[in-house]
Design a protein around this ligand. Structure first.
Ligand SMILES: [Fe+2]
Length: 205
């Protein structure tokens, strides 16, 4: 996406934050296995699905327009999320400690659209690897810095990831949750945990 479009969207995101139109997520150590979270620290403003539809409807249009592209790239029957709070989110990490704890995603396909270019606060990921030439499986660690207008596509259920805390920069990520048509499962407590810091119950069934 061109820089000017990203900058315009980023300005509107900031305006809504300044007007206190969205929540600040700030909690630590609440994650459990039930929601695939290792109990890290969270500090960022969150635009939930309804906030995005209200303030930045173009991002919802982009979400739908991307379906065929994501489907082709991932070789899956990609569908949009049936969960209105978490289908399209914006995570706005403030300078000075904006972060997100180590976790797996509950949805199968996660796509990030970055609205800022950052020298700091990369997405950190861990991928389990194995190969016939090596006796033991190993974990590959990597970092991806945000680049304005770029899309990142990730198998969020398989890749453990977090966001390194910000220092001086703000980081803005649009988070697009996609699923495969045959598998749209999401733990019922997940949204309350991520958005409101409610401690999840045990996974049932
Ligand atoms: Fe994630």
């Amino acid at each position: 996406m061109p820089d000017e479009l990203c900058d315009g969207l980023a300005r509107r995101v900031q305006q809504v934050i300044d007007e206190e139109g969205v929540d600040l997520v700030e909690h630590t150590g609440l994650g459990t296995d039930a929601v695939s979270d290792l109990g890290g620290e969270y500090k960022h403003h969150i635009f939930k699905g309804e906030d995005v539809r209200k303030h930045l409807p173009e991002l919802t249009a982009v979400y739908h327009a991307l379906v065929p592209l994501i489907s082709v790239i991932t070789h899956t029957d990609t569908v949009v999320s049936p969960y209105p709070a978490s289908d399209v989110n914006i995570k706005a990490y403030p300078p000075g400690g904006g972060t997100l704890g180590l976790h797996y995603d509950t949805n199968g396909i996660t796509v990030l659209l970055f609205l800022t270019t950052n020298q700091e606060a990369p997405l950190r990921y861990q991928v389990e690897r194995s190969h016939p030439s090596r006796k033991e499986a190993w974990v590959e660690h990597g970092k991806v810095h945000a680049r304005k207008g770029a899309l990142l596509i990730m198998q969020g259920r398989k890749v453990l990831h977090d966001c390194e805390p910000t220092l001086k920069e703000q980081k803005l990520s649009v988070v697009y949750n996609y699923y495969e048509r045959h598998d749209t499962y999401r733990h019922p407590d997940f949204d309350n945990f991520v958005y409101y810091g409610a401690r999840p119950s045990r996974l049932e069934g």
